[in-house]
Structure formats: C-alpha cells, structure tokens
Design a protein around this ligand. Structure first.
Ligand code: NAP
Length: 294
C-alpha cells in the first residue's frame, strides 16, 4: 500500500504540491474550504474529501498549505483529533514565529509530530515540484518526511532542530523577496513619472552587478500593468507584517519593512489584494503634484 498524504488547502501553492505528490507515487487526498477549487485535482488521481477530518483520517502525512495561522488553527482544530497517532503534520503555510509556536502547541496536545516546513518559490515551482523547502524539526523525523519534501521540492534546507527554525529562514528570505519587489516598483514608477520610458530602468541594470532575474520579471509585469497572481498581494502584506513582528522580536529596527507593509496595504485597499504582489506599484500613485513642480 502506498504512503498517503492529505493536503489541506488547494490554492495556488497547495494544488501544485498535491499534483507532484501524486506524480511521486503518494496516495493523495485533498480538501479545500471552497470545494470547487479542489475538484479539478480529481483528474490527476487525487481524492477530494468533503471535510478536513475525512481527509486526514487515514493519512500518514498531513500537509497544510492555508493562508495564515488563524486559518490553519481553525482547520486543524477540527482535523487534529481525527489524525492517526503515528501520522506527521507538515506545516508549510507561512504563519510567522508566534504562529508556528501556537500550531506546534496544538499538535503537542494531540500527541502528533509537527514539522515546520515553509517553502520558497511561487506558482511555477509549486507546479513543477521545484520548491525550496526550509525545514525545522527534530532530526529523528527527517528521514520520514524527506520523501514528501523530495516530491514537492528540488532541495531541502535543514535549518535546525529548534521550533520555528524553518520559519526564521523563510521570513528572512521573504524580507529579501518583498524588498526586491518594493524597490523595483519604486524605480519603475519613478522612471515613468520623470517622463522616461520605464523599460530604460530594466535595460540599465540588465546584466550588471545590481541586476536580478526577479526584478526583471516583476518589473516587466509592472510596466505591462498585468498582475496574474503568482504570489497574491494579500499574502505579501500578511508576510510583511510577520517579518515586522520577527524584527521586533529580534530587537532590530523595522521601519523599512513597516513602510513596505503599509505600501502593500494601500494597494490592497485600492482593490488589488487578489492580484500579484507586483501590483504594489499602484500604491505609488499620488506623485503627480511633485512632477508638476519640477
Ligand atoms: P491562495 O491561493 O490564496 O490559497 C489560500 C488557501 O487558504 C486556500 O486554500 C483558501 O481556501 C485557504 N483559506 C484561506 N482562509 C481560510 C480559512 N479561514 N479557513 C480555511 N481555509 C482558508 O494562497 P497560496 O499562494 O496558495 O498560499 C498558501 C500559503 O503558502 C500562504 O501561507 C502563503 O503565504 C504561502 N506561500 C505562498 C507562496 C506563493 O508564491 N503563492 C509562496 C510560498 C509560500 P479557499 O480556496 O476556500 O478560499
């Protein structure tokens, strides 16, 4: 009998991860709050469960890929008591440091092994099975969970054994990713507002020491004004806030990340929450007056 995995949350990331688990030979059951989003996965040989408890009941592994800590706690509050006592919960949603502590505590109450395993990579790596898994868990669990990580990712970084170690590196990496997006938006917007063709900025950095593939990718989307979601703005704003919390916890000044978080929030309030985070460029609106006075 093949090893079974329950995937809870079939959004942008969870759908791709579930399909790669099937391709790797796992027996996969998926559940999603809005069932219609999970149903297309049946074509890939994935069983669709009507509730989270049914999804996890027989599973060797439960993989959560939900929006935030509240969503995970809500769903796992129902599912945890239905899990087999020898099953492992792999928690890959980005939930922040207090979130990891809260969820691990819930797992502990039920005597379920918990693995902190956030991922790096967006829609395409999730679909191609090339995510980077940033794992933190006791070393005796590593061998058991590695086949699951190998199915969803191309590389696992074993960050450490302390609770939240995986998430610490995830928040550091996301602080870098979100900053690149914010800085690219600022530069593209400024180029345009100074009356130049914004592609000149991307051409100017192209191939030089300050160039990077992500700035080119997101910069082109910003110039085209096309934002199909790979990482939705709502998720970027949530993560910026989790990074601010981690910075405050670590005792470092968070003014820069707070300003970026506010910029993401402004774009959400203007109606861009479900678009890709590149749409943060819309929050630079309001500079017309400055341009007029040049
Ligand atoms: P998404 O497409 O927006 O999916 C979010 C998922 O969470 C959906 O399954 C949604 O269910 C579910 N959900 C939200 N609130 C819920 C609630 N209160 N109760 C139950 N389910 C709830 O997001 P995603 O991009 O796949 O991201 C999932 C997680 O991965 C997030 O923590 C995100 O930060 C992280 N992540 C994302 C990326 C990325 O590039 N997209 C990369 C790395 C990590 P419905 O469909 O029913 O709304």
């Amino acid at each position: 009998m093949s090893t079974s995995v329950a995937v809870l949350g079939t959004g942008i990331m969870g759908s791709g991860m579930a399909k790669n688990l099937v391709r790797a030979g796992f027996d996969v059951t998926a559940w999603n709050r809005h069932r219609e989003k999970a149903e297309p996965l049946a074509e890939a040989g994935i069983k669709i469960a009507s509730d989270a408890k049914d999804a996890v009941a027989e599973a060797d592994f439960v993989l959560t890929m939900l929006f935030d800590a509240d969503a995970v706690e809500d769903v796992m509050g129902q599912a945890l008591p239905a899990m087999r006592e020898d099953a492992v919960w792999i928690q890959s949603s980005t939930v922040g440091l207090p979130g990891v502590a809260r969820l691990a505590e819930r797992a502990g109450y039920e005597g379920i092994a918990f693995v902190d395993a956030p991922v790096l990579g967006t829609r395409q790596p999730a679909e191609e099975g090339t995510l980077l898994v940033l794992a933190g868990c006791p070393s005796d669990l590593r061998e058991r969970v590695q086949p699951v990580f190998d199915a969803i990712g191309s590389k696992t970084v074993w960050v450490g054994e302390l609770l939240g170690d995986g998430h610490k590196l995830k928040l550091v990496a996301n602080s870098w990713v979100l900053s690149i997006v914010g800085a690219t938006a600022q530069a593209v917007d400024l180029t345009k507002r100074l009356g130049l063709d914004p592609t000149l900025f991307l051409e100017t950095i192209s191939g030089g020491a300050t160039d990077c593939a992500y700035a080119q990718l997101k910069g082109k989307a910003m110039i085209a004004g096309e934002f199909p979601p790979a990482f939705p703005l709502s998720g970027a704003a949530k993560d910026a806030q989790l990074i601010v919390e981690a910075m405050d916890y670590a005792g470092t000044r968070s003014a820069f990340m707070q300003s970026l978080a506010a910029q993401f929030q402004d774009a959400i309030e203007a109606g861009h929450g479900s678009e890709d985070m590149a749409s943060v460029i819309t929050a630079f609106d309001g500079g017309d007056q400055d341009r007029a006075s040049l």
